[in-house]
Design a protein around this ligand. Sequence first.
Ligand code: IPE
Ligand code: IPE
Ligand code: MG
Length: 245
Amino acid sequence: MKGALDLEKLPKHLAIIMDGNGRWAAEKGKNRLFGHKNGIQSVRAIVEESARLGIQHLTLYAFSTENWQRPKEEIGTLMRLLVQSLRSEFEKLLENNIKLQAIGQIETLPRSVQNELLHVINKTAINTNMTLTLALSYGAREEIVSATKKLSELVKNNLISPDDIDESALNEHLYTQQLPDVDLLIRTSGEQRISNFLLWQIAYAELYFTDVFWPDFREKSLHSALLNYQQRERRFGKTSAQINA
Ligand code: IPE
Ligand code: IPE
Ligand code: MG
């Protein structure tokens, strides 16, 4: 399997909806916390393998705007695990020359999370091997609304005219402004939906759904997804003949 991967044809931007921690734990008769803890092992494995292969941008959906509706205790647990992982993984990020970023309503996260995030973001800002973007309190609709507000302010203050609003102008006001469009979007756990993730940025992404629960999604599963991606023909509206010319 691994040998067949073409390292010249990797997605430039890989995005993952990490789903199924709770169901993975339930299958083992354990609580959801156990699932989330094991999910962190997968995050570590996938981040390291993506960097090793040479993927330039990896974006992980870790907490959605809708996830605030979960029970208070689960939210608390997730936030605590987030702080712990940022602390424990910090050295690895430095070692692997990975730059951390965060997208979403970061100001709505607990102070402890914000502080730890900012610390790691600052310390890894000059790293160049791979950009790791964590989507936290992220919702694509909120992102598009907030970009629209920013553009409206610019128009109101006569800094731009309505005619200046085009796709690239909107793109520049999204949280992901520094990132290229998503090439491959993976969702684990068998659910086949987007759940308000990167709606704008996945306009032409290849979608890959797997039944594997996130805590079981490790290097091998990533290779399978990448191999599948490499067998697809991305036409972007053109014909197959045009692409192969
Ligand atoms: C993904 O696993 C983690 C987060 C959304 C934070 P879930 O917690 O959604 O697990 P399931 O989908 O209930 O199994
Ligand atoms: C999507 O997973 C959000 C994250 C992975 C962070 P959910 O488990 O919250 O999605 P839905 O609600 O089942 O669609
Ligand atoms: Mg879920």
